[in-house]
Write a protein that binds this ligand. Structure first.
Ligand code: UD1
Length: 391
């Protein structure tokens, strides 16, 4: 039996909500938005939950990725996990009742991803002869699709892991970036028919913006040379919320910077803790560490393209560096993206072995690496084909 039965009203375009919430979501929805916008049968609508709201955590990404302003903005802002999740659910349920999209696309693993999935999975639209636009189901409910499904760190102390598990358990369609994600879902009992391995959509954004990234001038602005510096991003609670761990990390970075200059765009969570723990001045005094506010996509990627190595705890940067063949030192005990370690340039690091790993890279050591299958810049096209087949 097909997953969705033919109730499509072909006279109206299919209303598709693309949920954007936090910085790592924007690079995932942008290629899909652009690909859907070219289809006469689709009406993509960007819903921004407002989880990230600073200009340099949100607006600059919309501009760089050539996205219009969000059609709908929920203005949720910061809060505890339950507060943020609850506020998104309450606000998005009202939007669903009014807008009645046929398809809701959630991306990644942030709190808003899970919150919108729960709201959309439980909504039942009023039964009416004037059905919602381009409906795909015969039960008055939207289809929920998860973009970047199936990733697992198997570490439930990470809020993102909880968000991934709940989202994948509820979503109707699971678009995975790599075969390990397919395996994870099958192991959890997800029916094969719900899973489509479409590849990594972040690479679509990178390729879409490649010319602008290569022409950007961030490397010169900071007075750096190609291959002559390391780039740092740190924001995970496990690394930045504890004074003991964050101060040890700062000490390590200051030590490493004596041999190779480092650039450190600081995430708001990290900045707050550096200030609270009295570490900001120590970093400012380190003459080989360049500190900056969070950077926009194109200037930041210009620094990634040209650096010698990256030290990070981000998910997306592990993938971008694997694609670009740049060594990545991930300050985590595990990763939900094992393909970047097994096939790519990523190594999981501890405070104890970081220094040694940096020295090996600086002296020319490089692990063998390949670009994973379907990380080719054509993921959005494959997704559009799967949506078209639903209608
Ligand atoms: C969130 C995601 C994480 C993702 C990260 C990328 C969850 C559980 N976490 O973490 O998976 O890797 O985004 O950045 O969803 N803040 C600002 N301005 C902003 C946004 C946040 O100042 O625009 C500050 C607030 O003080 C806030 C804190 O940063 O409390 C953390 O923001 P939040 O969205 O809760 O989590 P992130 O650490 O950004």
């Amino acid at each position: 039996m097909p997953l969705f039965e033919g109730v499509t009203d072909v006279t109206q375009p299919m209303k598709i909500h693309l949920i954007a919430a936090a910085r790592p979501n924007f690079m995932k929805i942008a290629p899909l938005y652009h690909a859907l916008k070219r289809q006469t049968w689709a009406e993509p609508i960007i819903v921004h939950t407002g989880q990230h709201y600073d200009i340099n955590m949100s607006d600059t990404f919309f501009k760089d990725l050539e996205l219009p302003d969000p059609n709908i903005h929920l203005g949720i802002g910061s809060g505890s996990h339950a507060e943020q999740t609850g506020r998104v659910m309450i606000a998005y349920e009202k939007v669903l009742e009014k807008e009645m999209p046929a398809l809701v696309v959630v991306a990644g693993d942030v709190n808003s991803t899970m919150a919108c999935t729960i709201a959309a999975s439980k909504i039942v639209y009023p039964s009416s002869p004037d059905r919602h636009a381009g409906s795909l189901r015969n039960d008055n409910r939207p289809i929920v699709a998860h973009l970047e499904a199936g990733l697992r760190s198997n570490d439930r102390t990470m809020p993102e892991e909880i968000n991934r598990i709940v989202t994948d358990a509820l979503a109707d369609i699971l678009w995975t970036p790599s075969p390990d994600a397919v395996e994870n879902l099958l192991t959890e009992g997800v029916p094969r028919a719900k899973i489509m391995n479409v590849g990594n959509i972040m690479i679509d954004s990178l390729e879409m913006m490649r010319k602008k990234i290569e022409c950007a001038d961030a490397i010169n602005e900071f007075g750096l040379t190609k291959g002559g510096y390391g780039l740092i991003t740190l924001h995970r609670p496990a690394n930045v919320d504890s004074p003991a761990i964050l101060s040890t990390l700062c000490r390590m970075l200051i030590g490493a910077s004596q041999k190779t200059p480092l650039v450190f765009p600081i995430h708001p969570r990290t900045r707050k803790h550096l200030d609270d723990f009295g570490l900001m001045d120590t970093l400012r005094d380190a003459k080989n560490i360049i500190l900056s506010d969070p950077m926009n996509y194109i200037r930041f990627m210009n620094l990634v393209f040209n650096c010698k190595f990256v030290i990070t705890d981000s998910g997306g940067i592990q993938e971008e560096t694997t694609y670009l063949g740049i060594p990545c030192l991930t300050m985590r005990p595990n990763t939900e993206r094992p393909v970047t370690v097994d096939q790519g340039t990523n190594q999981l690091c501890t405070i104890e072995n970081l220094q040694r790993r940096i020295e090996r890279i600086v002296s020319g050591g490089m692990k063998n690496h390949v670009v994973p299958e379907l990380w080719d810049g054509h993921t959005a096209g494959r997704i559009v084909d799967t949506i078209r087949k639903l209608s």
